[in-house]
Ligand binder design. Sequence first.
Ligand code: UD1
Length: 379
Amino acid sequence: MREGPRTATTPTEGPTEGPTEGPVVWHVTGARPNFPKAAPVLRALAARGIAQRLVHTGQHYDDNMSRVFFEQLALPEPDINLGVGSGSHAVQTGTIMARLEELWVAAPPALVVVYGDVNSTVAAAMVTSKLGIPLAHVEAGLRSFDRTMPEEVNRLVTDRLSDLLLATSVDAVAHLAREGVDPDAVHLVGNPMIDTLLAHRGELGPHRLDGLGPLPSAYAVATLHRPGNVDRDEDLAKVVAALHATADQVPLVLPVHPRSRPGLSRTGLFEHAGVHAVDPLGYLEFLSLVDGSALVVTDSGGIQEETTVLGVPCLTLRPNTERPVTITDGTNRLVTAEGLAGVVGEVLAAGRPDDWPVPPLWDGLAGERIARVVTRFLG
Ligand code: UD1
């Protein structure tokens, strides 16, 4: 077992795969949600014979937060692992910046592609900007309009510095237009995370859950890791009361993010007999769990999108979402801790929908569209 958060280690170099001639596109990933977004883009660019390098910043480093995704999504071994580990926002972002700068001064990329809204994303964006390297942002334009979320700050800064803004939804395009971004730089490409989900959908199923021991036949899934829910005990107490009231109605399976475990344990979540806590799951295991569930309670961004495509009711335990398209064209609903148990009762009574909308262009072809935009940009 690990003894605590990993701090920065020495960067390591891996094999360089694919063509080495011509302009080189560098991809920066680092945290769990980056991996399913990057996989289809890497594949589509490789199919076009474009030389690529993959950086893993090391923001997430536990095997079940990182390595399992590389294996299951057939991602290439990263060319470089920066080994930054955990730390405060400034330490983590600053360490990534210093290491990327050194790397890219020595080997300047033709284009850097970043994903989502994590600290690895914004760190890479700032380095490219100062070195005069073009930047593409996959998942540009999402806005929660809540700057208490570190991700919102990361999104705003990354978009401001990007040359190619690759948007997953129409509302994201509208936000960028309102912020004065050159419309020629903005491309509505769909959602590469959904490419990955659709590509692996046939591999999901109860057989993936054998390692979890006997599961109840009907269950709900919960995931929580946002600072707004899990960092302060007074917020946590409300969340735990809401999850206990949910577990009174339906067994709750909870893959526990490492940052949430101490607080959830301290505030008594695991003491309810209906709460089944498990370690973080691999990609295929987690989506199999979700696919077989009656509903999901979450504060994640990506899970709002995945439940929308799987047709699983999603109750998002947050005051806002940067993904409103999952409410208007999906299965998502925002809930408060106080309101959760009541909504769970309604959703259980209604059952899973037979028919539900899915946002435009969430069709498995986003990686291809991104590759087309990138190829044109490289000229
Ligand atoms: C990060 C992202 C968040 C994303 C989430 C997905 C930022 C600001 N936040 O949050 O947007 O939704 O990833 O999981 O980038 N830890 C481990 N093992 C690991 C990684 C983390 O034990 O492999 C623990 C450490 O105690 C660490 C804490 O989790 O301090 C937080 O990790 P960090 O990467 O800072 O943020 P996340 O909460 O994972």
